[in-house]
Design a protein around this ligand. Structure first.
Ligand code: SDX
Length: 426
C-alpha cells in the first residue's frame, strides 16, 4: 500500500504523505496543500477530515465497533464500573485494585461543591434548562478553584474533582429546581449510588437503593464515556487549543452536547415518542414523515455520522432498558412504540439505503424515565458520562506537539471589493 497520495491541480501533480493508523482510516497529510497548490480542502462538518491523532477511542462505523483504549465496549459494559472505565479512558490503562481504591477515595473526598455555588443555583429562573445551568456552573468552577489549573502536577486532582463534582452539581440543580433541600453525598456510597441518592433521597421518603439500578447507571455512563471526535469533543479540543482552562473547555463541550442533533437527541426522542403516544399518531405515518424530503422531521435517535450499522451502544442500551423496566415492573407504552418504530425502520429501504439505525439515544431516555430521571436532565446524564472522554481528549490535545490553535479556512462566497456608499445615496 502506497504511503503517498498524488494530487493533480491545474496540471500540477503533487505528492502528499499518508499518515498511517494502527487501525481504521489512514490520513492524507494536507498541511502543505495550500502552499503547494494554492487550494484548501472543503469538508462541511468535517465528515472526511481528521483533526488529530488519538489513542483514546476507536470506532469502526461499518462493523459497529467501539473500544476504549483497545477494550471492547461490550466487555466494559459487562465487567467494569463507570469509575474504572473513566480511569481507563483518562489514564490509558485499567487501574490496579490499589489505584481504583485510591480513585474512589479521592472521588468521595472531592464530592462536595462550594456552599456559595448554591446561591447561583437558587438565582437561575425555575424554568432554566439543566444543561444551561450545568455549562455555566462547570465554567464557574474555575472561579471557585483558581488554584487548580490542569498542569501535569495537578492534573489528577483536577480531573477527579471534575468527575466527582459534576454529579453533585447535577443533583443540586435538580433539588433546587424543585424547591427541595439539597441532599449531600455519602462517604459510604459508590459513585453511581451516591448520584441516585442525592437525586431522590428526601427527609420524608428515604430513597431505597436498588443494586440493579446502580448497575444500570454504571452501564449507561460506561456507554457514554468517550466517542472519538464527536461534535462536543471537537469543541472541547478546539477551545483547549487556545490554551483555555479545562473548566471553560468542558463548559463549551456541554453547550455543544445540548443540541438536538447531538446529545440533546435523548430528550428529543422521548418528546417524539410522547407526541406519538399522546396524539395517537400511527408509527407508519411517523416513518413516512421521516422519509419525506420536504418535511424537516427526523426520526430522533436514528442515524449516525460514523455508524452505518447498528450503534453497538444502542444494542447494550436496549437490553439495559428492558432489564430496568422488568426489574421495576414498569410498563411504558413508549417502549412499545420505540420497538415498533425500530422494527419498521430497519426493514424500510429508505433507512437501509441511508444506513440509518438506532443510535445510543434511541432507548436511553426510556430507561432514564423509568429510573425517575426528569426528561430535561437526560442530556445532563449524557454529559456526566462523557466527561471522562472530554477530559482525556482535552489533555491529549494539550500534550500533542503537532497540535496548534484551531483555525479552519473557508471558501469565500461573498462580494468582491466594492465602495462604501454614504447613507443618503443608498
Ligand atoms: C450523538 O458523533 C458522535 O459520535 C455523536 C454521538 C456521541 O456519542 O457523541 O454518537 C452522540 O449525537 C448520536 C446522534 C444523536 N442525534 C440524533 O439521533 C438526531 C437524528 N439523527 C440525525 O439528525 C443524523 O442522523 C445525525 C445528525 C446523527 C447524523 O447526520 P449526518 O451524518 O450529518 O447525515 P445527514 O444529516 O447529512 O443525513 C444524511 C442523509 C440525509 O438524507 P439525503 O438528503 O442524503 O437523502 O440521511 C438522512 C438525511 O435526511 N437522515 C435521516 C436521519 N438522519 C439522517 N432521515 C431521517 N431521520 C433521521 N434521523
Amino acid at each position: 500500500m502506497s504511503n503517498v497520495a498524488t494530487l493533480t491541480v491545474n496540471g500540477q501533480t503533487i505528492e502528499l504523505p499518508i499518515i498511517e493508523s494502527v487501525e481504521g482510516d489512514r490520513g492524507i497529510d494536507i498541511r502543505q496543500l495550500r502552499q503547494k497548490t494554492g487550494c484548501i480542502t472543503y469538508d462541511p462538518g468535517y465528515g472526511n477530515t481528521g483533526s488529530c491523532k488519538s489513542a483514546i477511542a476507536y470506532m469502526d462505523g461499518e462493523k459497529g465497533i467501539l473500544r476504549y483504549r483497545g477494550i471492547p465496549i461490550e466487555d466494559l459494559a459487562t465487567h467494569s464500573s463507570f469509575v474504572e472505565t473513566a480511569y481507563l479512558v483518562i489514564n490509558g490503562e485499567l487501574p490496579t485494585r490499589e489505584q481504583l481504591n485510591r480513585t474512589s477515595v479521592q472521588l468521595n473526598d472531592h464530592s462536595l461543591v462550594h456552599e456559595d455555588m448554591q446561591i447561583f443555583y437558587q438565582n437561575f429562573p425555575r424554568a432554566s434548562h439543566p444543561m444551561g445551568i450545568l455549562s455555566a456552573m462547570v465554567n464557574a468552577l474555575r472561579s471557585f478553584y483558581p488554584e487548580l489549573i490542569a498542569s501535569d502536577k495537578d492534573f489528577e486532582e483536577v480531573y477527579v474533582r471534575l468527575i466527582s463534582k459534576i454529579r453533585t452539581m447535577a443533583s443540586v440543580s435538580y433539588k433546587i429546581s424543585r424547591g427541595h433541600k439539597v441532599e449531600y453525598p455519602r462517604p459510604d456510597y459508590t459513585y453511581c449510588a451516591n448520584f441516585l441518592n442525592m437525586m431522590f433521597n428526601t427527609p420524608v421518603k428515604p430513597y431505597i437503593l436498588r443494586k440493579e439500578l446502580v448497575r444500570a447507571l454504571n452501564v449507561f455512563w460506561i456507554l457514554h464515556a468517550d466517542h472519538e471526535q464527536n461534535c462536543s469533543t471537537a469543541v472541547v479540543r478546539s477551545v483547549g487549543s487556545a490554551q483555555t482552562n479545562i473548566y471553560a473547555s468542558i463548559s463549551a463541550g456541554i453547550s455543544a452536547l445540548w443540541g438536538d442533533l447531538h446529545g440533546g437527541a435523548n430528550q428529543a426522542v422521548i418528546q417524539m415518542l410522547i407526541d406519538i403516544h399522546e396524539k395517537g399518531v400511527k408509527v407508519k405515518d411517523v416513518i413516512k414523515r421521516a422519509k419525506d424530503k420536504n418535511d424537516p422531521f427526523r426520526l430522533m435517535g436514528f442515524g449516525h455520522r460514523v455508524y452505518k450499522t447498528y450503534d453497538p451502544r444502542a444494542k447494550i442500551m436496549k437490553k439495559n432498558c428492558h432489564d430496568v423496566l422488568d426489574r421495576l415492573n414498569y410498563e411504558d407504552p413508549l417502549l412499545d412504540i420505540a420497538m415498533e418504530l425500530e422494527q419498521i425502520a430497519i426493514s424500510d429501504p429508505y433507512f437501509i439505503d441511508h444506513n440509518l439505525y438506532p443510535n445510543v439515544d434511541f432507548y436511553s431516555g426510556i430507561m432514564l424515565r423509568a429510573m425517575g430521571i426528569p426528561t430535561n436532565m437526560f442530556t445532563v446524564m449524557f454529559a456526566i458520562g462523557r466527561l471522562p472522554g472530554w477530559i482525556a481528549q482535552w489533555r491529549e490535545n494539550m500534550q500533542d506537539a503537532e497540535q496548534r490553535l484551531t483555525r479552519p479556512r473557508q471558501v469565500y462566497s461573498g462580494y468582491t471589493e466594492r465602495p462604501y456608499i454614504p447613507i443618503d445615496e443608498r
